[in-house]
Design a protein. Sequence first.
Length: 141
Amino acid sequence: MKQMIRISMVIVYMTILSVPTLLGQGTKSEKDTLVVLWTSGDIEVAEKMVYMYVYNAKKAKWFDEVIFIIWGPSARLLADNVKLQEEVKKMQEMGIRTEACVACARMYEVDDDLRELGIDVKGMGKTLSDYLKDRYPILTF
């Protein structure tokens, strides 16, 4: 099952990378922004895929701006895991913007915990829709 998840994530990522080329937008845009939507409550996915990619996407300057969205079960995982919290702090220090879905955070009763981590906890439905309309690449885990 985990192998299937990993293969699916690679396919999604490769599809996202090909969209600009398919749309005739193969050159770097004025807004070189990546949005990463993290929904998984799986620690292995967080440590071995999500956090590694988000951190390195900014560090290696693969994108000028990286927006990291915490949504659903990932909110609870982050609130409960000190190691992941420390990694989020490093991301924020690098300039990665961190946002979280307030409805999800409230469901798990972690909205205040996420705010204490410096995460912008807010309604994300319209925000995510705007990112989609602006054609930002969105990588989902």
